[in-house]
Design a protein around this ligand. Structure first.
Ligand SMILES: [Zn+2]
Length: 98
């Protein structure tokens, strides 16, 4: 593989190891801004997914009185519906972006 890349900033050829973090030897700008952007977007998406997975669901305690269980079940139902919708949109966005 060719190990050099033309700098998008100054137009000089620089050594390139196909790493998104590689910088121009002449002006120190990023050699592959698209790869850097993509890498950042991927990391942000991963962080969002981590947050999504850490949503705490309402715990229904067997000792709770009947009406508390009833309201908790409704709350849990909304939570599950909400997470499902968010998951669906995240999937859709990932599908459209990919
Ligand atoms: Zn440069």
């Amino acid at each position: 593989m060719s190990a050099s890349r033309k700098c998008p900033n100054c137009g000089q050829w620089s050594r390139w190891t196909q790493n998104p973090a590689d910088r121009c030897e002449h002006c120190h700008s990023v050699l592959d801004p698209v790869a850097v952007y993509r890498e950042q977007a991927r990391q942000e998406r991963r962080e969002k997914e981590d947050k999504r997975l850490s949503i705490e669901f309402i715990q229904i305690n067997p000792d709770d009185p009947g009406y508390i269980k009833f309201f908790k079940r409704i709350g849990l139902g909304f939570q599950i519906a909400f997470v499902s919708i968010i998951s669906f949109f995240l999937w859709l966005i990932a599908l459209l972006a990919g």
